[in-house]
Design a protein around this ligand. Structure first.
Ligand SMILES: *[C@@H]1O[C@H](CO)[C@@H](O)[C@H](O)[C@H]1NC(C)=O
Length: 212
């Protein structure tokens, strides 16, 4: 195919050139052959360049496809965020408790993803990831207050306040890497009091920063 095509071209060029340059020096067959050879070489090069470009493009497209597949495999980021306070209404005093006692925050203005259980006061991680928590505790009338933020059964961080009089408040926050099913809650320390009312002073909040 290639050779016959080249021959046709050669014949064509020969006839045109022969007509146009019949009086002056017509190009010799070897001139035409050289020109044709050059053109053929250029075409071959062009074809090679196109093949290279096509291969590069194909590689790029494949790379993008692989990345898109990977993105599809990843679970969509699950929104998880909650905020809760101890007292739903009125006034609430707890303590002094004889031993460390989990606090159940029953007023829940935010519970996106329902990972905070309003019955138990326990947050359960729905996905592996980094989570941020904070807790604020209050006490009144010179009764000292102390609480721990607990991961499963381990006291992670504490908040403590003790004054001779008036209203007291203490807080702490923490970022934790949690596995699916890890539990986080707040435990009132033995001998402590805690106070809350309709203004919602004593609170527990948390949210997923990012899955891991
Ligand atoms: C909260 O915990 C209680 C007691 O373990 C359980 O019966 C209930 O199903 C839980 N609620 C949710 C929304 O998971």
């Amino acid at each position: 195919m290639k050779i016959s095509g080249s021959l046709t071209l050669l014949l064509l060029l020969g006839s045109v050139s022969a007509q146009e340059t019949s009086e002056s020096n017509p190009p010799t067959p070897s001139d035409l052959y050289a020109a044709l050879k050059e053109m053929t070489a250029s075409l071959v090069q062009l074809k090679a360049d196109m093949a290279t470009e096509r291969a590069q493009l194909k590689a790029e497209v494949n790379k993008m496809k692989t990345e898109m597949d990977k993105m599809k495999e990843q679970p969509p980021v699950q929104p998880v965020a909650f905020s809760a306070s101890l007292a739903v209404e009125g006034e609430l005093h707890i303590g002094p408790v004889p031993s460390d006692t989990p606090l159940i925050y029953r007023h829940v203005p935010t519970n996106i993803g329902n990972a905070y259980n309003t019955t138990t006061g326990v947050f359960t991680a729905p996905v592996r990831g980094a989570y941020h928590f904070e807790f604020h505790i209050n006490s009144a009338n010179s009764r000292s207050t102390a609480a721990f933020l607990v991961k499963n059964s381990e006291n992670v961080f504490a908040a403590h306040e003790s004054q001779p009089a008036h209203f007291m408040s203490s807080s702490n926050g923490v970022t934790l890497l949690l596995e699916v099913g890890d539990k986080v809650f707040v435990r009132l320390a033995a001998t402590s009091h805690v106070f809350d009312n309709f203004n919602h002073h004593t609170t527990f909040s948390g949210h997923l920063l990012f899955p891991m």
